[in-house]
Design a protein around this ligand. Sequence first.
Ligand SMILES: Cc1ncc(C[n+]2csc(CCOP(=O)(O)OP(=O)(O)O)c2C)c(N)n1
Ligand code: SF4
Ligand SMILES: [Mg+2]
Length: 284
Amino acid sequence: MREVKLETYAENTWCKGCGNFGILSAFTQVLKELQDQGLPLESIVIASGIGCHAKIVDYINVNSFYSIHGRVPPTITGIKLANPNLTVIGFAGDGDAYGEGISHLLMSAKRNIDITMVIHNNQVYGLTTGQFTPTSPLGFTGRSTPRGSIEEPINPLEIMLASGATFVARCYSGKLDHLVEVMKQAITHKGFAFIDVLQPCFTFFNTYKLYNQATYVMDDHDPSDLESAYRRAREWQGQAEAKIPLGVFYKVIKPTFDEKLRRGKAPAHDKGVPDIASIVKPQR
Ligand SMILES: Cc1ncc(C[n+]2csc(CCOP(=O)(O)OP(=O)(O)O)c2C)c(N)n1
Ligand code: SF4
Ligand SMILES: [Mg+2]
């Protein structure tokens, strides 16, 4: 099989120290592993929203689509429905996915469409220079809240569990091996897979110290237990004091929206690239 080069000619304009570099490295590693296992890279499509995170599609040499703010889920839903054999992965920011486009994220989880959403959660609007987002902590000071945000942050994991997501995980861009492992599990999961990736914005909200000290990978959690998933998700509500669990909180197999919708009659199903499940076994 022809080995495809993953780097592109685009100049990387992320700030030095940005957590997005970790996400890019992890995803590149996952693509290399999938390619080594025999998955043709032309069967992968990625799409992004608008923001610093979104530039990731410029830096990886696979089929990609720059979407609009908050609209990654419907964009990749359309791609998946048009050709269900494609493996489709969306990258969105916290402002993009949890603010501007949260209804789309909820509906995709509810439907259990077979896509993966990776959220670059830096708890700030990075590209527009530091406004607060739905995950910014209480008291966050930035361009739009110079005296401190007066709002409690949302808990995206709890929201995804309540919306019906069949794969819910949290990672940290500074824990690369773990991120690679969970990303691979998410991408090979049949159904809606969601990863909230804690990604420090070095310039507008530098959370490296907090995440380095507070994050830990769960080793005592059963991801098939929904009640336990809620309890573990509630251990961290976005504030600085608590410990922050990482890992797969919930995983279950249910019929997917795309399967139910087409019942074997998809227009491009038999002609295009092979389905990932026929090549790479789901990762545990
Ligand atoms: C509909 C719409 N509203 C607002 C904007 C302006 N805008 C562009 S990027 C951005 C912030 C993105 O923040 P986030 O999604 O957290 O991504 P980050 O830059 O932090 O990676 C905003 C508000 C836009 N492009 N489109
Ligand atoms: S502004 Fe923040 S998120 Fe954007 S590139 Fe710089 S460090 Fe990264
Ligand atoms: Mg952001």
